[in-house]
Design a protein around this ligand. Structure first.
Ligand code: HSC
Length: 710
C-alpha cells in the first residue's frame, strides 16, 4: 500500500542525519582557485543551481578556499564566482532540517571572513543570485554582474526572511523603501535596475569573469568597502509605516512582519544587534507551519513532474497546437498558449462565436500592453500566431489538438471521430473534459494510445494547474510529452488516472457536499465561506460555485443522482438553480451580485435555507467556524487519501499540488495530505469517525490509507 509521505523532496530530507543534508553523489560540489597576477579567482560549483549547502560541504569549502586566499601574502584581492548557468539559487532548501548551527556557519563565512577581510573581495555574478546566494554576494566588498543577471531575495515565498545578513545589508545599500519592496515581494531585479539602486557596482560589458579579475587588480590599492559600515539613508519611518499598513492580516506566514521588524532594526540598532534579531526571527520561521507548508510546495511542484515508471525518450516536441471550441475555456487555453509563444489554430464553426473569441483574445493581449507587461511588438507577434478557422480540417498539421467543446459525451464523441480522420498520425489528441470518461472518448478513435486528457482550469490563461489525464491505453511517450508541454506553458502539470472528476473535482465534490450539509444543519453561506477563507482558502466553496456557475454543479448532480443514488446531496443548491440563480453570471446565486462581482448576503437565501431545515425536521444549531473547517477540509483529506489508495494519483504530493494550484488551497498549509500529516493521521481518523456517527455519517468512511499510516 502507498504511503502518505508528508514531505516530498525527492527523499533527501528523510535521508538527513544530524540535520545534515548529505552530499548527493550525482551533484558533487567542488571549488577551484586560480591566480591571475595578484588576484585569486575562486570558482565554486554545486549543480544544478549552486545551492549554498552546509550538508554538501559548499559553505566549508568556500570558507577554506577564501580563508586560504586571504592568508596568502601573494594575493592582493579576491574574486568569487560560480560555474554553470547561474551564481546561486541561495541556501540549500533541503538543508533546513535540524539546526546543527548551519546559520552560524553561514554567518562565519559572510560576516567574519568575507566582510571582515582586509583584502578587497569582488563578487562576480551571472544568471541569478537569489536568497542566500545574493546575501553571500552582499557580504563581499564589490559586485559586478553579467548583463541580464537577476538579483532577488525570494525567501518570503518560502515563509522565511533573508537570514544571512540580507535584512541588514540590503537597506544600507539601496535604502529602506527599495529593500522592503524587494524582500516583501520576493521579486528579483535585473542588473540594470540593481546598478541604478546601488545593489551592484558594475555591469560588465564583455566577459564578466575577465572584467571582474581586471577590476579586482585595480582594487588592490583601494581596499575593502563594507556595507555594514554605512547606515540606511534618509528617514525610514514613512516606508516602514507604509509596509506595516500593507501587511495582510489574514497571512498565515509571519515572515512579512518579521522582515519589517528586521529592517527597522537595521535603521535603529547597531549592525550586530540587527544581525542577532534577524537570526532569532529566521530560526523561529524555519520551524513554522507556514514555512514547512511552503517548502513542501516548492519541492512538490517539481516532484509531480517526475512520472513514475520507465523513462521514455519518445516525448516529441510540440510546436503547433489546435484548440477546438471558441467558448470560455477554448479562448482561455488559446491565450495561455499564445502567451507561451506557440502557434495556435482556434477552430469554432459558429462564425459569431469565433469572432467573439478572437476579439476576447485580442483584448486580453492588449490589456497586457496597456499595463506595461508586454511590448507592442510582442503583442503583434502573439496576435499573428493565432489562426482562427471555422473548419476542423485546419487542425490537420497540428502536433497537439485540444478539444474544448461543450461537456457532453455525445458532442465529444463526434469531435474525436472526426479528429481521428483528420489529424496527423503523430498528433496528440487531448480532451479538456473535466469529468467524462477519457477511455470512452479514446475508444472513438483508432489510436487510443495517442489520446490524453488535458484538463485546464478556468480562466485557463491564469490558473496554474493542468491535470494530465492518463487513459487506460495512453502511451507513456504521450504522457511525457504532455508533461513537457505543461512545463513549456508555465503550468504545474499533475498526472491523474481516469475517473469521474479526476483528482481535483472528485475531492471538491466531497468538500462541497459537506458545505451544503452544513447549511442544512445551522450555518449560513457567509459563515461557511468566511470560516474557510479565514483559514486560508482563496475563496469559500459557495462563492466558488457562484463564480463557476451553479448550473454546472446542477447538471453534475443530476447525472450523479442516477449514477450514484446512494450518495445524495443537499437540495439547497438545486433550489437556487430552479429559481434561475446560477451565480455571478445571473447576478444572483448564494449571494447577490449588484455590481456583477461583489458578493452581498441575501436575506431571501437565508430564509430559504431556514425553511429547508424546518422541512427536513432539523433543529438548527450554532456551528463553530472550526467545525466548518474540519468538516470541509477533512472531506478533502479523506477523498484525497482514497485517490492515492486507488492509484488515481501516483503520490500524496500530487493531490496536494492539485489542491494548491487548482483549487485555492493555502500553499502555506502545504495541501490536504501535508495538512493531514501535520495533524497526525490517527487524529484525522478519529475526527472522521466522530463525523461518521453524526448526521449524514454515511459520507464518512475513513480511507484505508489513512488508517495504515501512523
Ligand atoms: C535562502 O536562501 C535562505 C537564506 O536567506 C538564509 C540562509 C541561512 C543559512 C542557512 C544554512 C543552510 N535549494 O527550479 P528548478 C533544485 S532560502 C535546494 O527546477 P529552474 C530544485 O529543487 C532559498 N534545491 O530549475 C530542482 O531540483 P530537482 C532562497 C534547489 O531552472 C533543481 O534545483 N532561494 C534550490 O526552473 C532545479 O531547479 C529561492 O527561493 C535551493 N535553493 O529554476 C530560489 N533551488 O532537479 C529557489 C533550486 O531535484 N529556486 N533547487 O527537481 C528557484 O527559484 C529556481 O530553482 C531557479 C531555477 C529560478 C533558481
Amino acid at each position: 500500500m502507498a504511503a502518505l509521505i508528508p514531505f516530498n523532496d525527492g527523499g533527501r530530507r528523510q535521508a538527513e542525519t544530524n540535520g545534515m543534508n548529505p552530499p548527493d553523489p550525482d551533484r558533487p560540489a567542488s571549488i577551484d582557485c586560480t591566480h591571475v597576477g595578484p588576484v585569486a579567482v575562486i570558482t565554486f560549483s554545486h549543480p544544478p543551481v549552486n545551492a549554498l549547502s552546509v550538508g554538501a560541504g559548499v559553505i566549508d569549502a568556500l570558507a577554506d578556499s577564501i580563508g586560504a586566499a586571504i592568508a596568502d601574502p601573494a594575493v592582493g584581492a579576491l574574486v568569487v564566482m560560480a560555474a554553470g548557468d547561474l551564481f546561486s539559487a541561495g541556501a540549500d532548501i533541503a538543508d533546513f532540517g535540524a539546526s546543527a548551527n548551519k546559520l552560524d556557519r553561514m554567518r562565519a563565512l559572510t560576516s567574519d571572513l568575507i566582510e571582515a577581510a582586509h583584502k578587497p573581495i569582488v563578487m562576480a555574478l551571472h544568471g541569478m543570485a537569489l536568497g542566500g546566494g545574493l546575501e553571500f554576494a552582499l557580504s563581499g566588498h564589490y559586485r559586478i554582474c553579467a548583463p541580464g543577471t537577476k538579483l532577488g531575495l525570494p525567501e518570503v515565498t518560502l515563509g522565511l526572511l533573508p537570514g544571512a545578513g540580507g535584512t541588514q545589508r540590503l537597506p544600507r545599500l539601496i535604502g529602506v523603501e527599495a529593500a522592503l519592496q524587494m524582500m516583501l515581494s520576493g521579486t528579483p531585479l535585473d542588473a540594470s535596475k540593481a546598478l541604478a539602486l546601488g545593489l551592484i557596482d558594475r555591469v560588465a560589458t564583455g566577459d564578466f569573469r575577465a572584467e571582474a579579475a581586471a577590476w579586482a587588480k585595480e582594487l588592490v590599492a583601494a581596499g575593502p568597502k563594507r556595507a555594514c559600515d554605512r547606515l540606511p539613508a534618509g528617514d525610514p519611518a514613512p516606508a516602514i509605516d507604509q509596509a506595516r499598513r500593507g501587511l495582510d492580516a489574514r497571512s498565515l506566514s509571519q515572515a512579512p512582519a518579521f522582515i519589517i521588524d528586521c529592517v527597522e532594526a537595521a535603521c535603529t540598532r547597531p549592525f550586530a544587534e540587527g544581525l542577532a534579531l534577524e537570526k532569532r526571527l529566521f530560526e523561529s520561521l524555519i520551524d513554522s507551519e507556514a514555512s514547512l507548508g511552503l517548502r513542501h510546495v516548492f519541492f512538490g511542484r517539481r516532484e509531480v513532474a517526475r512520472i513514475p515508471g520507465p523513462k521514455t525518450s519518445a516525448a516529441g516536441v510540440i510546436h503547433s497546437v489546435a484548440v477546438i471550441g471558441g467558448g470560455l475555456m477554448g479562448t482561455g487555453i488559446a491565450i495561455a498558449l499564445l502567451n507561451s509563444e506557440l502557434k495556435v489554430t482556434l477552430i469554432e464553426p459558429r462564425a459569431e462565436a469565433l469572432d467573439k473569441a478572437v476579439a476576447t483574445i485580442r483584448k486580453t493581449i492588449q490589456r497586457d500592453v496597456d499595463k506595461g507587461r508586454l511590448s507592442a511588438a510582442a503583442a503583434a507577434h502573439r496576435i499573428d500566431s493565432l489562426f482562427p478557422s471555422a473548419t476542423l480540417e485546419a487542425c490537420a498539421a497540428a502536433d497537439l489538438i485540444i478539444e474544448a467543446v461543450y461537456e457532453s459525451m455525445d458532442v465529444k464523441r463526434q469531435v474525436f471521430v472526426e479528429l481521428d480522420r483528420i489529424a496527423s498520425p503523430a498528433a496528440i489528441l487531448a480532451s479538456n473534459t473535466s469529468t467524462l470518461d477519457l477511455d470512452v472518448i479514446a475508444a472513438c478513435t483508432r489510436r487510443p494510445e495517442r489520446v490524453v486528457g488535458l484538463h485546464f482550469f478556468s480562466p485557463a490563461n491564469i490558473m496554474k494547474l493542468l491535470e494530465i489525464v492518463r487513459g487506460r491505453r495512453t502511451d507513456p511517450g504521450v504522457l511525457a510529452a504532455s508533461m513537457a508541454f505543461s512545463k513549456a506553458i508555465g503550468k504545474v502539470g499533475v498526472v491523474s488516472g481516469a475517473c469521474d472528476g479526476f483528482i481535483g473535482n472528485r475531492m471538491f465534490e466531497e468538500y462541497l457536499r459537506q458545505a451544503y450539509f452544513l447549511l442544512e444543519e445551522g450555518a449560513l453561506p457567509a459563515q461557511i465561506d468566511g470560516a474557510l477563507e479565514n483559514w486560508g482558502m482563496a475563496m469559500g466553496p459557495l462563492k466558488v460555485m457562484d463564480l463557476a456557475g451553479q448550473d454546472i454543479g446542477w447538471s453534475i448532480r443530476k447525472r450523479r443522482a442516477i449514477e450514484q443514488p446512494g450518495r445524495p446531496y443537499s437540495t439547497i443548491p438545486d433550489q437556487l438553480c430552479e429559481m434561475g440563480r446560477f451565480g455571478q453570471k445571473t447576478g444572483a446565486g448564494f449571494y447577490l451580485y449588484p455590481d456583477g462581482r461583489t458578493a452581498r448576503e441575501d436575506p431571501q437565501i437565508s430564509a430559504l435555507i431556514l425553511a429547508h431545515s424546518a422541512k427536513l425536521g432539523i433543529t438548527r444549531r450554532a456551528v463553530a467556524d472550526a467545525q466548518i473547517v474540519d468538516r470541509c477540509v477533512l472531506a478533502l483529506v479523506n477523498e484525497g487519501a482514497r485517490i492515492v489508495e486507488e492509484g488515481i494519483a501516483y503520490r500524496a504530493v500530487d493531490v496536494d499540488m492539485v489542491s494548491v494550484f487548482g483549487y485555492g488551497f493555502p500553499a502555506a498549509r502545504g495541501g490536504p495530505m501535508f495538512y493531514a500529516a501535520r495533524m497526525g493521521f490517527a487524529n484525522v481518523v478519529r475526527r472522521i469517525e466522530e463525523f461518521a456517527a453524526g448526521r449524514n455519517g454515511w459520507a464518512w468512511v475513513p480511507a484505508a490509507l489513512l488508517r495504515s499510516n501512523p
